[in-house]
Write a protein that binds this ligand. Structure first.
Ligand SMILES: [Zn+2]
Length: 126
């Protein structure tokens, strides 16, 4: 059974982690390996976010997730409780710094809104 949004939020409040991390998921197998000349540092850098490869993966993830936040279900036309606009980010579930081989694997990403993304840093899922 998938935990509800409220439950997920409670776990995050208690542990500072996303429930996916608490459950220690196994990373998927890479479906699209990054180019050989990409270093770990490059993949972890913000320059990675400007590559056409990431744009493709990002777009595919947004389509697969119906442009909605994985945690709260809000879309980009929705508003937060304080009436601010929802900003959607495509997030790497396994941080790029630690799992560079998964940086272009769409199954290793999810859509998070700016609120749900808060507090999730570069921490490992275990
Ligand atoms: Zn959200």
């Amino acid at each position: 059974m998938k935990p509800s949004g409220v439950f997920r939020k409670a776990i995050r409040m208690l542990t500072g982690q996303n429930v996916e991390m608490v459950r220690r998921p196994t990373p998927p197998r890479p479906t699209w390996l990054p180019p050989r000349d990409w270093t770990r540092e490059f993949i972890a850098s913000s320059a990675f976010l400007s590559t056409w490869q990431w744009s493709k993966v990002r777009y595919a993830r947004l389509q697969m997730s119906d442009c909605r936040c994985h945690d709260c279900g809000k879309g980009r036309n929705d508003r937060h409780e304080d009436n601010s606009r929802v900003v959607l980010n495509v997030d790497h579930i396994w941080p790029r710094r630690h799992y560079p081989e998964l940086c272009l694997t769409v199954e290793a990403t999810r859509v998070l809104c700016d609120w749900c993304n808060r507090g999730k840093g570069n921490s490992l899922p275990h």
